[in-house]
Ligand binder design. Structure first.
Ligand SMILES: [Zn+2]
Length: 252
C-alpha cells in the first residue's frame, strides 16, 4: 500500500505525495519546486498527478512537472488544458495497483473533483479540517450536497485536504457550538500538533462529523445557532449550511 506525505507549498498548501517503491503521484501541485526537491531527496520518479480543480495554487506546477517528466499522466477535470486524462463522476483508474474512484463535488468550483482510494479521500478545497471551502462558483445547495456525499463515507475514511486551515476553522466551530466538548478537545490537540511542526491532517471522517459545523447542519444546536445568526427560521439543512458559510466568510 502506498504511503502519503505532505509537501508544503506557498503559505498553507499541502501537496500530498503518494509513494511506493520509488514511484510517486502528486495531488494538486500548485508549485513544482517543492515537489521536485522532495522527489530528488528521496530518489522518486513522478508517474502521475491528480488535480482536484482549476485554481492556480493547485495547478501552477503542472507545466514544469510535465516538462521534467515526459509522458506524465495528469488526471483531472476536462476544464484544465494540461490534463491528459480527463475524468468525471464515476471514472475509475489504477495507480500503485489501487483503484481510485472519482467523485464530482461542485461548490468551491464547478469543476471540483475528489479522489477516493480505499479509505483515503483527496478532497482538495471541498472539505477542510473542521471547515469547508468558500463558494467561488457553486451554490450553497451544491456544496451542501457535495459535503453530504462525503459525509456518507465510512467513519474510518481519512481525509486529505489541500490547506492547513484546521485551527482557524476550529475557532469558528467553537463559536457555532460552544458546548461541543469534541471541538475544544480537538483545538487543544491540534494546537500541540502544529506547535510541534506537524500537519493537523489527515483527519478522519468520524472526527469531522463530530467537530466540523459544515457536516453538522442537521444537529439541533447548530440549527438554532444558525437561525439566531440569520434572525430567521431555517427549514432545510442547505439553508443552515448557507448561513454558516456566509458567517464564516466574515468571522475573525
Ligand atoms: Zn481552490
Amino acid at each position: 500500500m502506498f504511503t502519503v506525505t505532505p509537501v508544503r507549498a506557498f503559505s498553507d498548501n499541502y501537496i500530498w505525495l503518494l509513494q511506493e517503491a520509488g514511484r510517486a503521484v502528486a495531488v494538486d501541485p500548485g508549485d513544482a519546486a517543492p515537489v521536485l526537491a522532495h522527489l530528488a531527496a528521496h530518489g522518486l520518479e513522478l508517474e502521475a498527478v491528480l488535480v482536484t480543480h482549476h485554481h492556480a495554487d493547485h495547478i501552477g506546477g503542472l507545466g514544469a512537472l510535465a516538462a521534467r517528466f515526459p509522458g506524465l499522466r495528469i488526471v483531472g477535470p476536462a476544464s484544465i488544458a494540461l490534463v491528459s486524462e480527463p475524468v468525471m463522476e464515476g471514472s475509475q483508474f489504477e495507480l500503485f495497483g489501487c483503484r481510485f474512484e472519482v467523485l464530482e463535488v461542485p461548490g468551491h468550483t464547478l469543476d471540483h473533483l475528489a479522489y477516493l482510494a480505499g479509505d483515503r479521500l483527496f478532497c482538495g478545497d471541498t472539505l477542510f479540517g473542521a471547515g469547508c471551502g468558500r463558494l467561488f462558483e457553486g451554490s450553497p445547495e451544491q456544496m451542501h450536497a457535495s459535503l453530504a456525499r462525503i459525509s456518507a463515507l465510512p467513519d474510518t475514511t481519512r481525509i486529505y485536504p489541500a490547506h492547513e486551515y484546521t485551527l482557524s476553522n476550529l475557532r469558528f466551530a467553537a463559536a457555532v457550538e460552544p458546548d461541543n466538548a469534541a471541538i475544544h478537545q480537538r483545538l487543544v490537540e491540534d494546537q500541540a500538533v502544529l506547535a510541534a511542526g506537524r500537519p493537523t491532517l489527515p483527519s478522519t471522517l468520524a472526527n469531522e462529523r463530530a467537530t466540523n459545523p459544515f457536516l453538522r447542519v442537521g444537529v439541533d444546536a447548530v440549527v438554532s445557532r444558525a437561525a439566531q445568526q440569520a434572525g430567521a427560521r431555517l427549514t432545510t439543512p442547505a439553508a443552515v449550511f448557507a448561513v454558516l458559510r456566509e458567517w464564516k466568510n466574515h468571522f475573525r
